[in-house]
Design a protein around this ligand. Sequence first.
Ligand SMILES: Cc1cc2nc3c(=O)[nH]c(=O)nc-3n(C[C@H](O)[C@H](O)[C@H](O)COP(=O)(O)O)c2cc1C
Length: 204
Amino acid sequence: MEEAGGKVKALKVVALNGSARKSGNTAILLRTVLKELEDEGIETELIEMSGARIHGCLACRECSKRKDHRCGQTGDMGNTYIEKMEQADGILLGSPTYVADVSPEIKALMDRACLVSMANVGMFRRKVGAAVVAVRRAGGIHAFDSLNHFFLINQMVVPGSSYWNIGIGREIGDVEKDEEGLRTMKTLGQNMAWLLKKTADPGR
Ligand SMILES: Cc1cc2nc3c(=O)[nH]c(=O)nc-3n(C[C@H](O)[C@H](O)[C@H](O)COP(=O)(O)O)c2cc1C
């Protein structure tokens, strides 16, 4: 993409993995999507939230008062992640299924990023977003829906795949045996790259 001054700025996708387990199944699925994006020349970054400190939204409404694109809570990783999301053209949110829903870390980020976005008139508007979920057996579709609510309320554009973006596995690496799950991630990456290129704003 051409920037003012004739410089070309690469498209970028940031993937946030909300799993408590680093390099686990969610990370494997996210990396599968990212590989397809990289093959299309898109810059990528995987952020593992495992072990990071992130608190839930305090409902303090500081973000609405300040309107500075950041959360009023500054003592944890919230604003670091929000900044990464703001700078990217595409956002992948990944979560394992925990008791038929998303992990508390990714939920905390979604709640805070959502209020910050609303306070700043759609910070993530028209960025491309997609959800990725790892599940052992059941509840994955609910976790997938929870992640998609974030994109849709924030005016983002969501690409589809050949199935819902869910990979099946329990122990680390099990998802590599889920051939259909991996194929779904690859198709998602290809569709996300296509959409990013079609919707990229040359005036960014
Ligand atoms: C606290 C907790 C809750 C879980 N709840 C579910 C569940 O409701 N349904 C399910 O199928 N698997 C459940 N699992 C299994 C994980 O979703 C599964 O092992 C997944 O592959 C983990 O992804 P990760 O390797 O990225 O952490 C749970 C695991 C943990 C630790």
